[in-house]
Design a protein around this ligand. Sequence first.
Ligand code: G3H
Ligand code: 13P
Ligand code: ZN
Length: 312
Amino acid sequence: MALVTTTEMFKKAYDGGYAIGAFNVNNMEIVQAITEACREEKAPVILQVSKGARAYANHTYLVKLVEAAVIECPEIPICLHLDHGDSFETCKSCIDGGFTSVMIDASSKPFAENIAITKQVVEYAHDHGVVVEAELGALAGVEDEVNVSAENSHYTRPEEVEEFVSKTGCDSLAIAIGTSHGAYKFKPGTKPQLRFDILEEVIKRLPGFPIVLHGSSSVPQEYVEMVNTYGGAMPGAIGVPEDQLRHAAELAVCKINIDSDLRLAMTGTIRKFFAEHPDKFDPREYLKPARANIKELVRHKLVDVLGCAGKA
Ligand code: G3H
Ligand code: 13P
Ligand code: ZN
């Protein structure tokens, strides 16, 4: 199967009460780990590439790695998506360069400006058979290319969503209901709680329309402990409870973005390996267990959180 857009995936996910996993890819081992888990679990998947990933690994290398996964996993639908496109030019470059889906993230701009940039991307993308994710609201959190302070974050305002979607023509909408980017999502001692009331209000106003959640890593404490045990320092790293993501997937949320969890699995595993094998220096020896642990983590997400296993 060639690379696909998310149109069919989202329709089935919406009707079936599950979500597609959108996992960030930066190198070969991560692509392999995700797609092998998806192939074995017969799950459709979105492989997404950030601006930082393109700067790190190079656009062509990433596209070719994903094309290799398409060849190796012909049974499952795979979408190649630009994560957090920051301008028309970045989106255009990915549309021209083989992506089947792009996100234009103009959520930090005023409402009218967000509409204008998103509309421009949608027109170009749709002319080229590519779908567009847009965002309303601002998630807190820090990662390489995405950085919003807690003071500048705000929930999506449901009263804006109909006008935004009808004026832009976007194909899916990322909303802010309490998730955030990175490994430090909630203050230790507080009870993590997504704002399902906002999600419900959005669903009422946009029936049948696919909703996206960013910042949806659950920060497995097993890997936080592994990092901390083997020389790291990540105190108070807390993620979104998996049962809340499962509930969101049963509603209109069709795409759930997970990146930090995979980074944690990789880093924890490699730290442990080095601590236990101080004499080893062959990258294949430490990347192999890291890849295996990412694969098992992705399998867990597909089966227990997203509900998309067996849906390919
Ligand atoms: O939300 C952002 C993704 O986790 C990608 O992060 O910009 O560090 O590649 P990055
Ligand atoms: P996490 O940092 O929670 O993994 O979120 C990733 C994300 O939203 C990518 O766009
Ligand atoms: Zn994101």
